[in-house]
Design a protein around this ligand. Structure first.
Ligand code: X8Z
Ligand code: ZN
Length: 646
């Protein structure tokens, strides 16, 4: 139930749950299909424990005292997590494990006391919701030995991922091993996005999987076992069910399936167009015209964002670029300048500026002292209202400029709900937390906005310019959808079905083939564990939140654009300086998780339902254009073996 998100990207077991090929012409029909309505989980569900004590006054006194202690424990736990994640030493790991033990003890005590009350019969709905938030214990239910084992495995997997380094590509085997120190966030990302050398990309792609996921397979099996044990002790069938419970809806999985089916034809159009362009570069001996696309040539280690292929896929390459990277460099903008520009967008809406402590304590670039740290971008809430921080090894390019807005969206949420009771200091659901910064970034990415703030010199205000902009957005947003969907469908299955454990890697590639239409360039085996080469799997971060976010951020964008008086197409809308849009957003952010997410959604959009329609509306001109670029018989993929490209 609304697990607390003190550290976005790291709600690991360490803190504990308590607080811490369809054809294109079908598109028109699909767009009109009804959207989904969540079926709320009933509080009377036996997973939410309650007792006999009917004294509501005593219950309120308990909550008040618990709140004070919870905030103290939270600060201590987050500090220990931060120290470890920003400096991966054995000492910091041990301190973290000790803090986790204390936090688990407190969680148990809280749970024990909270569930002695007959809170389901209390008159005040807010108090009932508060107790509901305290009534599921989470991993704290494990005995001390097992909890420590679980926490250590998670810390070690995160460490192994963050320390992963590879050798530069050379046709001959690398003999000088001291060269094998390419970092993920700088060197590897750059090669994956810029190189068009099939063999070089293959080498880096394979090495990354060898030095990360492959090393975690045994640990991961133990991790599944322990998380499932904890989930069962909490009354859930398995850990996947426990994770889904955070969305407080019985129809959650079905609702997502309907939404995925709405998008799939659009994704397949983009896939077919991209495959055709890649065949033109790499040849039919490397990519079959009716096969999946090799996973390593899409510009990103997990093929989750294809925007680095912009130069190959731009519909009208002679028009001015929509990418600001050259300008960031030409204007010599520092990383801090990029953060300041992002902050200005938030404040232009009347939202809160970053705090003094934010600027004092955040780590915005890789420290130069040689320490190992987790560079995957994250936003942190130290539970006192104004100690909020970002940790990110920021690179100076457009992609990272957008990630800055993403992370600042998390910080904005923290600041907006800081006056809520501790138990409600979280997103309405985890997808809301992921959607805030991305929603603003939809405005920021419009060529008109980028010109207004001086980051694009020249723009093309015609339908060709619009299509270039839409393609650049689609390579990020549409390409991501199947990844956002499959990552947790995979894990839900692994948690639910022990028979998958002997074929973890096959199941992973079956999902990659089915949803993304991609294939591995090198034969995979059960010695590999390729899922573990993705940060969120190694670090125990649920992923369906991003799928939810990519849907609702377009719903938010549409609603905020209306509030801002925008009458043009959604893809041109920029809410910059609209106090009305800012106020509407703030109304929801300040609620935290004190209301069910469907009510929060209704406040912004007027509807309680997640819907794919605003996303479809946003991309409509691109969908029409893509239909003119690919024939029906060029859509979709077939492959008889998911473990190797055909
Ligand atoms: O992990 C993130 C953020 C931090 S919450 C940078 N994202 C996902 C990813 O990188 O895989 C944002 C988009 C999806
Ligand atoms: Zn995020």
């Amino acid at each position: 139930m609304f697990p607390r998100l003190t550290i976005i990207c790291l709600i690991s077991g360490l803190i504990g749950i308590i607080q811490c090929n369809t054809i294109p012409h079908q598109l028109d029909i699909i767009i009109k299909s009804p959207s989904t309505s969540p079926q709320l989980i009933d509080d009377s569900d036996s997973k939410y424990k309650s007792g006999n004590n009917t004294d509501e006054a005593a219950a309120r006194a308990f909550l008040k005292a618990q709140e004070i202690e919870a905030v103290k424990i939270c600060r201590k736990s987050v500090q220990a997590e931060w120290n470890f994640a920003s400096n991966l030493t054995e000492y910091n790991k041990q301190v973290l494990l000790e803090t986790s033990r204390q936090s688990a003890n407190f969680a148990k005590e809280t749970w024990y006391n909270a569930t002695s009350f007959a809170w389901k019969n209390f008159s005040d709905p807010l108090i009932r919701r508060w107790f509901k938030g305290l009534s599921v214990l989470g991993t704290g239910v494990l005995d001390g030995y097992k909890l420590n084992q679980l926490n250590e495995i998670i810390a070690d997997m995160e460490d192994a991922y963050s320390n992963g380094k590879v050798c530069p590509y050379s046709a001959e085997p690398v003999t000088n091993k001291s060269l094998c120190n390419l970092n993920f966030d700088e060197d590897i990302t750059e090669i994956m996005s810029k190189s068009r050398n099939y063999e070089e990309l293959k080498s880096i792609w394979t090495q990354w999987r060898d030095v990360t996921g492959k090393k975690m397979r045994n640990n991961y099996l133990k991790y599944i076992e322990l998380l499932n044990e904890a989930a069962k002790l909490n009354g859930f069938s398995d850990n996947g069910q426990l994770w889904r419970d955070g969305y407080e809806s019985d129809s959650f999985e079905d609702d997502l399936e309907i939404i995925w089916n709405q998008f799939e034809p659009l994704y397949k159009l983009l896939h077919a167009f991209t495959r055709k362009k890649l065949i033109a570069i790499y040849g039919e001996d490397k990519i079959k015209p009716n096969g999946p696309i090799p996973a390593h040539i899409l510009g990103n280690m997990w093929a989750q964002s294809w925007s680095s292929l912009g130069d190959l896929l731009t519909p009208f390459p002679n028009k001015p670029s929509v990418d600001i990277t050259d300008n960031i460099l030409a204007k010599n903008l520092s990383v801090v300048d990029m953060f300041r520009i992002s902050e200005r967008f938030f404040t232009s809406l009347g939202l809160k500026p970053m705090t003094d402590k934010f600027w004092k304590y955040s780590i915005l670039e890789r420290p130069s002292d040689g320490r190992e740290m987790t560079c995957h971008a994250s936003a942190w809430d130290f539970c006192d209202g104004d100690d909020v921080r970002i940790k990110m090894c920021t690179q100076r390019n457009m992609k990272e400029f957008i990630v800055i807005h993403h992370e600042m969206g998390h910080i904005q949420y923290y600041i907006q709900y800081k006056n809520q009771p501790y138990v409600f200091r979280g997103g309405a659901n985890p997808g809301f937390h992921e959607a805030v910064g991305d929603t603003l970034a939809l405005s920021v990415s419009t060529p008109t906005h980028l010109k207004t703030i001086g980051l694009l010199d020249e723009i093309s205000a015609d339908s060709e310019g619009d299509l270039n902009h839409l393609m650049s957005m689609a390579l990020d947003k549409i390409a991501f959808l199947p990844v956002g969907y499959l990552m947790d469908r995979y894990r839900w299955k692994v948690f639910a079905d022990n028979s998958t454990h002997s074929s973890l890697n096959r199941l992973w590639w079956e999902h990659r083939l089915r949803y993304q239409g991609i294939c591995p360039p090198v034969r995979r085996t059960e010695q590999d564990f390729d899922a573990g080469s993705k940060y969120h799997i190694a670090a125990n971060v649920p992923y369906i939140r991003y799928f939810v976010s990519y849907i609702i951020q377009f719903q938010f964008h549409k609603a905020l654009c209306q509030a801002a008086g925008n009458t043009g197409p959604l893809y041109q809308c920029d809410i910059y300086q609209s106090r009305e849009a800012g106020q509407l957003l703030s109304n929801v952010l300040s609620l935290g998780s004190s209301k069910h997410w469907s009510e929060a959604l209704e406040i912004i959009t007027g509807s309680k339902k997640m819907s794919a329609l605003p996303l479809m509306e946003y991309f409509a001109p691109l969908i029409d254009w893509l239909k003119t670029q690919v024939n029906e018989d060029e859509i979709g993929w077939v492959s008889s073996d998911p473990m190797i490209c055909p």
